[in-house]
Ligand binder design. Structure first.
Ligand code: HEM
Length: 162
């Protein structure tokens, strides 16, 4: 089955068709998506700015991540759930949409950057937990912040191109 046929099959699912044909379901889900993503991006930005040595310097990196990341993951689960519901309503349209593809690619890159940070860079966190982190960590924070800004811009751009 071609991907586009699969996307059309998703659109024809009763719940997806209900979202597409309802006057208020799509806007309600988009509101929920936007509220959740603001918490995702806001909390990620707090950590990235700390990794860049900007703001929250009185708190250690691990202490800040410990109190912020549970909110990030919780909000991400909500944003992704409503994002998938929105996606299902016009799956074939979004699948070929350039801003949507840019957004998904950047989310993949942000995930890769996060894995490199937690898997490799965080190993010697005890040596830089307080104060300004070393260059490699600041680069990871900068890449993350830049990617999330592109994700938000691409997300907003979707609405102008569908
Ligand atoms: C947590 C990560 C995410 C962020 C930061 C994000 C960001 C955004 C932004 C800023 C918008 C524009 C909202 C508006 O102003 O109207 C948007 C819309 C949208 N997002 Fe996401 N998103 C995320 C996750 C997802 C996921 C996982 C999917 C599904 C695969 C998704 C699918 C959509 C769709 C379909 C729209 C609606 C576009 C339209 O208006 O037609 N998003 N997103």
């Amino acid at each position: 089955m071609r991907m586009l046929d699969l996307m059309r099959a998703i659109e024809q699912q009763p719940y997806a068709a209900a979202i597409a044909h309802s006057q208020w379901l799509f806007p309600m889900f988009e509101i929920a998506h936007v509220l959740a993503l603001t918490l995702v991006v806001g909390s990620v930005a707090m950590i990235d700015l700390r990794l860049l040595g900007i703001g929250n310097r009185e708190r250690s990196v691990t202490e800040l991540m410990g109190s912020v990341l549970p909110w990030t993951w919780g909000a991400f689960a909500v944003a992704a759930t409503f994002g998938l519901l929105l996606f299902s309503s016009k799956a074939a349209t979004y699948y070929v949409n350039l801003p949507f593809r840019i957004k998904m690619i950047c989310m993949g890159l942000a995930a890769l950057n996060m894995l490199i940070f937690h898997g490799l860079l965080e190993r010697d966190v005890a040596t830089w937990d307080r104060g300004i982190p070393p260059l490699r960590v600041r680069i990871a924070g900068g890449i993350s912040l830049a990617l999330w800004i592109v994700i938000v811009a691409a997300g907003r751009w979707i609405g102008f191109t569908t």
